[in-house]
Design a binder for this molecule. Structure first.
Ligand code: XBP
Ligand code: MG
Length: 253
């Protein structure tokens, strides 16, 4: 019988609400710095978020929304440089403390460690974005809490492909049936489910209308003692926040 051994977390939208006031702002700063008159407003960014990965998102935007843009000879190099500038701005935003963790994340990570559950990360974003987020919110030691930080271009296909979760499982030497994934989006859920992982979803502003068929439970947040989550789909029994006992109960169903 499978035994819960590890929790594997997505980052953007799951550990932290990074998109609207983090990544989006950083993209716009990079565009301004490159003298491009592009500006991704909150609504447009919601459409662009269907494409995972910053470089892929910029390419999609050029193809779909900039029909008269004079394509540089080296389009790959242009996107790579623009994205590096975006990463620099994003990292600076994180370092300023502007982007906190979502409610319940620190509590759950701490509790999971005490319960001897192993932790992993499987995400689309750039590796330095994760270490900077962890450093800024939980302190430098927290990077070592995770057995693997699987991120960005280490796999050829980003979410919704299962590759990044499979990569994390491989590095942790675990099989999918012994782990629980945490996601916030349809693309993320498709990725974790295709990797064979049971998944808990916490939605956010950009993903509330996504399709979460196949998730064990869909919640508005992890919740905290005194600040209960809202159950959108599934059965949390009497629980008001996600803790290790609830995760084990959901895992065994
Ligand atoms: C997150 C993403 C990321 C970030 C940008 O998806 O799509 O691309 O928006 O990060 P998920 P980079 O939460 O499903 O992993 O610009 O560093 O690629
Ligand atoms: Mg996400």
């Amino acid at each position: 019988m499978p035994q819960l051994k590890a929790l594997i977390f997505d980052v953007d939208g799951t550990l932290s609400d990074t998109e609207r006031d983090g990544h989006r702002i950083a993209f716009n700063k990079a565009f301004a710095e490159a003298n491009l008159d592009w500006c991704w407003d909150v609504e447009t960014y919601g459409i662009l978020l269907k494409v995972t990965g910053g470089k892929e998102r910029i390419r999609y935007f050029i193809e779909r929304f900039q029909p008269v843009f004079n394509l540089p000879v080296d389009l790959d190099g242009f996107i790579k440089d623009l994205h590096q500038s975006k990463t620099n701005h994003y990292v600076a935003l994180l370092q300023s403390g502007a982007i906190p963790l979502r409610p319940g994340v620190e509590r759950l990570l701490t509790q999971a460690r005490s319960a001897k559950l192993r932790l992993g990360i499987a995400t689309t974003t750039t590796p330095e974005n994760i270490t900077t987020l962890l450093n800024a919110t939980l302190g430098a030691d927290s990077i070592g809490w995770f057995d693997v930080i699987a991120a960005g271009d280490v796999v050829p296909d980003k979410k919704p492909a299962p590759d990044i979760f499979q990569y994390a499982l491989n590095k942790m030497d675990l099989s999918a049936e012994d782990c629980m994934a945490f996601e916030d989006s349809e693309n993320g859920l498709l990725s974790s489910l295709q990797a064979g992982l049971k998944t808990i979803v916490t939605i956010n502003e950009y993903t509330r209308n996504d399709n979460f068929d196949g998730a064990l439970i869909v919640l508005d947040q992890l919740g905290e003692p005194g600040t209960a989550f809202t159950v959108i789909d599934g059965d949390a029994g009497e629980a008001g926040y996600v803790d290790v006992p609830l995760i084990k109960r959901l895992f065994e169903t």
